[in-house]
Design a protein around this ligand. Structure first.
Ligand code: NDP
Length: 262
């Protein structure tokens, strides 16, 4: 199946690690040009160099914090200058917060709501004028199953995720039929986030394999393992591609079967 991505320009926020980096690589494999962003200069330079080594001249990297409006506007201007436009926006940048209601301060609530909502809102506003000119315009939000199935240890993130899912649905309606808007709902994916959580584990004697086995048992993952960034990237690339031309307002669960709702 031809995904119709050759020659298209794709923007991946948080494209320097984990799911975003895997997604950027797959879009490049399909013949697209890809612009990535992230906050950490070193991570950005490494990701950019790795992708550029495989896809010379097809990659641009820009330092940008998606919670900062001016950063995102500058990123959009740089993409416009580099590629002359943009066809697809993947809103992937972010991370989760582990906390209960009791352990989340008001400031942490504000920071989390700010990250979850404005990591969508700022890029959508900044890239919308470019997407409006595309014949294959699409936005894809990377979201979590926590939106529908809140976890007691991620109270604040779960609430914010539910709000983002509502936003995605509203955007799909408001932007139809010009721009398709979909989301992926993730379970646990073995990325930079989980590597950081492994490094911060209480029992430092535990190996990564032992820690993972315990994690998959505690989380009751039917597939008995975490997902891989590539397994998410493949779904993102399809949903955002012209091959999914009649799909909008949809969400695809990628979780190894962890959800319990119907
Ligand atoms: P990683 O930590 O591996 O990647 C996160 C990426 O986002 C990095 O490139 C990071 O770069 C970037 N990023 C984070 N905050 C910002 C910011 N404010 N502005 C710009 N870039 C930012 O994690 P994942 O690949 O797992 O995360 C990708 C998305 O998937 C995130 O939104 C995450 O919340 C979501 N998700 C992940 C799950 C999982 O189990 N892995 C489950 C559910 C959702 P830098 O730090 O340099 O800015």
């Amino acid at each position: 199946m031809d995904l119709g991505l050759a020659g298209r320009t794709i923007v991946v926020t948080g494209g320097t690690s984990g799911i975003g980096l895997a997604t950027a690589g797959l879009f490049l494999n399909e013949g697209a040009k890809v612009a990535i962003c992230g906050r950490d200069e070193a991570r950005l330079a490494k990701a950019s160099a790795d992708l550029e080594a495989r896809f010379a001249g097809k990659v641009m990297a820009h330092r940008c914090d998606v919670t900062k409006k001016e950063d995102v506007e500058a990123f959009a201007a740089a993409v416009q200058k580099w590629a002359g436009g943009a066809d697809i926006l993947i809103n992937n940048a972010g991370q989760g917060r582990m906390s209960t209601f009791a352990t989340t301060t008001d400031e942490q609530w504000r920071a989390e709501l700010d990250l979850k909502f404005f990591s969508q809102i700022h890029p959508v506003r900044a890239f919308q004028p470019l997407l409006e000119k595309s014949t294959a315009a699409a936005i894809l939000a990377v979201n979590s199953l926590l939106a529908y199935q809140p976890e007691p240890y991620m109270v604040c993130t779960s609430a914010a995720r539910a709000g983002v899912q509502s936003l995605v649905k509203s955007l799909a309606t408001e932007f139809a039929p010009r721009i398709r808007v979909n989301s992926v709902m993730l379970g646990l994916i073995d990325s930079g986030q989980w590597e950081r959580r492994f490094q911060a584990r209480e029992n430092k004697a535990q190996t990564r394999d032992e820690w993972m086995v315990e994690l998959t048992k505690t989380k009751h993952i039917p597939f008995a393992r975490l997902g891989l960034p590539d397994e998410v990237a493949r779904a993102i690339v399809f949903l955002a591609s012209p091959a999914a031309s009649y799909v909008t307002g949809a969400s695809l669960e990628i979780s190894g079967g962890i959800s319990r709702y119907i």
